[in-house]
Every structure is written in C-alpha cells, then in structure tokens.
Ligand binder design. Structure first.
Ligand code: PXP
Length: 238
C-alpha cells in the first residue's frame, strides 16, 4: 500500500497567527498518526513562517513518529537536522518570497552542493530524498548523487486537474519518471498541491510508494474534520 505522509506545516501557520501555543503541534502530529498517517512531514523554512526549531526538536524526540524533514541548502538547518536525526529528509529549493515550494530542485546547477548534503545524511543513516520536477534527466542526476528517493513535484499536474484542463501530458511525464526511477532502484514519492482527484489519478502509478500531502488535508478538515479526510486519502492510497 502507498504510504501517506501528512504535512502539518499549516497547523503551525494557524498557531503562529496568534503567536501562542494553540493548536499544539505535538498533539496534532500524534492525532494525525492515530488517524492513519504513515509519517509526518514538516518543512523548516529559512524564514520560519510555520514550523520552528523547537517544533523540530520536540517532534524528533517522539521516536514512534516517523518525521520527514524538508530542508533547503542552509547550513544552520542542516546542522540542526543532523542533531535531531529525523527519520527522513527531503532536500527542497527555497526562495524567500515564494508562497510555497514552486518547483523542483535545479539539480544540474547545484549538483555538487546537493551531493554533499545527500552524502552527509546518508552517512548519518537518514533516508534521503530530492524534490524534483518530473524529468528523466533529474532522475538520472538523483541517482548519480546517491539519493535513496525522489519526490516528484506534482504542482503543475494538480493545478491542471483542479482546473479541469488536459493533464494527460503531465500525467505521462510523472508515470515515465516513476518507472525509470524505480528501474534505477530509487524509491518514488509524489507531492504538492494534491487533492482527492489528483491523488486518486496518481495512485494508479504503482511505482509511487508514498504521497506527501498538506495544504488540502488541513484545509478540507475545516469542513469534514481531520479524521474523515485522512480516512478518504487512506482509501485512495493503493
Ligand atoms: N512535498 C514537498 C517536498 C513540499 O515542499 C510540500 C509543500 O511544503 C508538499 C509535499 C506538500 O504540498 P501541499 O501542502 O501542497 O500538499
């Protein structure tokens, strides 16, 4: 069955709106796990707009919660991550002024820097992943720098699905990349912008072993409650 990683960044966004402790991130992570998540994803951004250092430190202490930490090439964050030892990391690109992670890494340009990060986490026995666009060249580069997984950025695909536009080309690209990565022995994940329909379409790609979903789950919970929303996604995961 495909794993479901739930990104709880936006629970921290709500908390930070009041600058106090509610809703509590640790409680949220534990509840989400009880409701069927396979792991918790958090992105410690350079501007700390949602998850903060203390969240990472505290969450990492709860050993029964598998933590997937998204991080950019930032030495302070990398050092903190090595100390906290999350179960998994995913290297993502980061721009200060973006609303969200708008695309995959530019692996061609940043190959050497990213290779160092991957080597460091591999040596520390932390599962490594790279957030990439659906591109065969990027899969090849991911293999060459020894990343154990890739997470395919599904933002463009999700947007087309949501807008009822033709998504076939994008779906084909994701399928082709997933098969190729699988052939090279790289574990394939997918994430960004996914909702019920786009996740359902991608769940037919058997090479995808994990989804990481955040914004839609937290947003939809306003109407349906977290439990029901997570249950629906668990049904979608094949
Ligand atoms: N995967 C990665 C690598 C991400 O950066 C994000 C967004 O933080 C997600 C998944 C989740 O995207 P969304 O919140 O749109 O579901």
């Amino acid at each position: 069955m495909q794993r479901l990683g739930i990104n709880i960044d936006h629970i921290a966004t709500i908390r930070n709106a009041r600058g106090e402790g509610h809703p509590n991130i640790l409680k949220a992570a534990m509840e989400v796990m009880k409701m069927g998540a396979d792991s918790i994803t958090i992105h410690l951004r350079e501007d700390r707009r949602h998850i903060n250092d203390k969240d990472l430190v505290d969450l990492s202490k709860i050993k029964k919660i598998p933590i997937n930490l998204e991080l950019a090439n930032n030495i302070k964050i990398i050092n903190l991550a090595i100390k906290c030892k999350p179960n998994f990391i995913c290297v993502v690109p980061e721009k200060r002024n973006e609303v969200t992670t708008e695309g995959g890494l530019d692996l061609k340009k940043n190959k050497n820097k990213i290779k160092k990060i991957i080597n460091l986490f591999n040596k520390n026995n932390i599962r490594t992943s790279l957030f990439i666009n659906p591109s065969i060249e990027d899969i090849r580069l991911s293999k060459s720098i020894n990343s154990k997984c890739v997470e395919i950025h599904t933002g463009k695909f999700s947007r087309l699905v949501r807008a009822n536009k033709n998504y076939n080309n994008e779906l084909k690209k994701i399928k082709k990349c997933s098969k190729y990565a699988n052939l090279l022995g790289i574990d394939v994940h997918a994430g960004h912008g996914l909702d019920y329909k786009s996740a359902r379409l991608l769940s037919n790609i058997k090479e995808i072993s994990e989804f990481n979903i955040g914004h839609f789950i937290i947003g939809e919970s306003i109407f349906d409650g977290l439990k029901k929303v997570i249950k629906k996604f668990k049904k979608i995961c094949k």
